[in-house]
Write a protein that binds this ligand. Structure first.
Ligand SMILES: Cc1ncc(C[n+]2csc(CCOP(=O)(O)OP(=O)(O)O)c2C)c(N)n1
Length: 340
């Protein structure tokens, strides 16, 4: 997949740009808000990796399911969870998409089939396999509307997850039972402070999936067009042939693993080299080069994204803490009761 002309009409080309900007500006503000104590707990930023969520999610249909990790603000946003609900969730307010009970790592929205936000490394993989199994067993899952196509579950996870047993069990079952899962590995080369090469004897992640007879693709995850193309190929495979597909998106996070991380495990030069290939700047340069975007239009898109972020912060600020009387809501065992 080369980085030549952007093959979209202008509205779609700008949609991709705008969504990357929305993620970037939302997370830059989230980092500030964390410093100010407005957002607490854990906060993992996706900055640098935006092309993956944007390119991949725009290739999916609204009735496909998404499972993501704790680095999932962008996936939730592109999926259609409102920025207000995401920001309120990060603030811990009850207007948040998980009623403020989950925070940054546990964004969830069943209405858009966005099944988290999972804090456990590899934890989303068995969930995705289960969702796909449910789809395979249910009539809506196999043929939807007049289009008679399979619903797909797209599961995003990091390179660190391939070391987990859950990865191998999920890959095996999905292949064995021909389940409609699109495995989306966001290989940003580091799992916290541990580089892939330091923890894995086999660093070719596609080879791991191929060992389970899952078909694979490796793609430049800094290039939103390449991501979109690869995802469309993967989805077509899952829908038409049945069975899973695995894509390795080669990407990089520009910020620390989470908010506390002195980043002693990687060179500044390495980070700088990846920043030169930043998804926002490389994509907008391509659009400009082919006459699809002017600097003024870029600035207008950026201002629009920033205005949405500002409004979401005001919304979260004005939100309410869940009342104490609600504390036992969703606790299934009655107070003082026992489980049998
Ligand atoms: C089962 C499990 N083990 C360890 C952790 C602690 N932990 C949190 S994030 C992380 C690194 C995961 O890296 P990767 O899967 O590559 O995703 P990335 O953070 O790079 O997006 C670890 C080890 C955890 N959350 N879950």
């Amino acid at each position: 997949m080369n980085a030549s002309a952007v093959p979209y009409d202008k509205p779609f080309a700008l949609r991709l740009l705008k969504d990357m900007l929305r993620i970037r500006r939302m997370e830059e503000e989230a980092a500030e808000l964390y410093g100010a104590g407005k957002i607490r707990g854990f906060l993992h930023l996706y900055i640098g990796e935006e092309a993956v969520a944007v390119g991949a999610l725009h290739a999916l249909q609204p009735d496909d399911a998404i499972v993501a990790t704790y680095r999932e603000h962008g996936h939730a946003l592109v999926r259609g969870v409102s920025m207000n609900a995401i920001m309120a969730e990060m603030f811990g307010k009850q207007e948040g998409c998980s009623r403020g009970r989950g925070g940054s790592m546990h964004l969830f929205d069943a209405a858009t089939r966005f099944y988290g936000g999972n804090a456990i490394v590899g934890g989303g993989l068995p969930l995705a396999v289960g969702l796909a199994l449910a789809d395979q067993l249910s009539p809506e899952g196999i043929s939807y509307g007049a289009q008679h196509r399979r619903r797909v579950t797209a599961c995003f996870f990091g390179d660190g997850a391939v070391a987990e047993g859950a990865f191998h069990e999920s890959m095996n079952l999905a292949a064995l039972w021909r389940l409609p899962v699109l495995f989306c590995c966001e290989n940003n080369l580091y799992a916290m402070g541990t580089s892939l090469a330091r923890s894995e004897s086999q660093t070719d992640l596609c080879a791991k999936a191929a060992a389970y007879k899952v078909e694979t693709l490796k793609v430049d995850g800094m290039d939103v067009v390449a991501v979109h193309d690869a995802t469309r190929i993967g989805i077509a495979h899952v829908r038409d042939k049945g069975g899973p597909f695995f894509i390795e998106f080669q990407t990089f996070r520009f910020r620390a693993h989470s908010m506390y991380d002195p980043e002693l495990y990687r060179d500044k030069a390495e980070v700088e080299a990846w920043k030169q290939r930043g998804p926002l700047h490389s994509y907008s340069a391509r659009l400009k080069a082919q006459g699809m975007l002017t600097e003024d239009e870029f600035l207008a898109c950026d201002a629009e994204a920033q205005a949405e972020v500002d409004a979401s912060i005001a919304y979260a600020e004005a939100g309410a803490w869940e009342p104490v009387e609600d504390l036992m809501r969703d606790v299934l065992t009655p107070v003082g009761g026992t489980t049998s």
